[in-house]
Design a protein around this ligand. Structure first.
Ligand code: MG
Ligand code: FE
Length: 169
């Protein structure tokens, strides 16, 4: 029996929507925990707004495919377990671990949108392909910023730790 690939494709969009809802929650909590790192905090705030718009655009894709809001909500729980790995622990080098987790998360998003672009093209869904291409660029921008700034955040963390400042946050 052949797989219903179209349903699988819709599931992937739903998963991406759930991923963005979790990303927003994660960013909200991170913003409150990096007060000593104003550049990182500002970037997280900026990306939270970007993330909320991404969730809205994915919701529009699901609605165009006739998916209702209740099925969208189901996907939010599905991703929750995966994200707890990133969000649950607060070690002393928390800001460093946050950097690693955030960069990992952005790269997971990049791979997810690369899949969705291919699938959207496969099904001739030009609007979703366009939206996912735009979102992919936003995730690449965030990943690039983190890659460039993680060394400096690490340096700041170590300096603060060595002088007895509030290194953790
Ligand atoms: Mg995102
Ligand atoms: Fe992102």
């Amino acid at each position: 029996m052949a797989t219903n690939t179209r349903e699988e494709y819709i599931d992937w969009i739903r998963d991406a929507h759930g991923m963005e809802m979790q990303a927003a929650k994660l960013l909200e909590s991170q913003i409150g925990r990096v007060d000593s790192y104003p550049e990182l905090k500002a970037k997280f705030k900026e990306h939270l707004e970007v993330t909320r718009r991404q969730a809205e655009r994915l919701e529009s894709c699901l609605k165009r495919h006739g998916e209702d809001t209740s099925t969208i909500k189901d996907a939010m729980g599905k991703m929750a377990g995966v994200m707890q790995t990133f969000g649950g622990l607060f070690p002393t080098d928390e800001v460093v671990k946050t950097g690693i987790a955030s960069y990992t998360f952005e790269n997971m998003e990049i791979s997810s949108y690369s899949v969705l672009i291919g699938a959207a093209e496969h099904f001739g869904d030009a609007e979703t392909a366009r939206i996912c291409t735009d979102i992919l660029r936003e995730e690449e921008e965030m990943a690039g910023w983190l890659k460039s700034n993680i060394p400096n955040v690490t340096h700041q963390f170590l300096s603060r730790a060595e002088t007895g400042g509030p290194a953790k946050r």
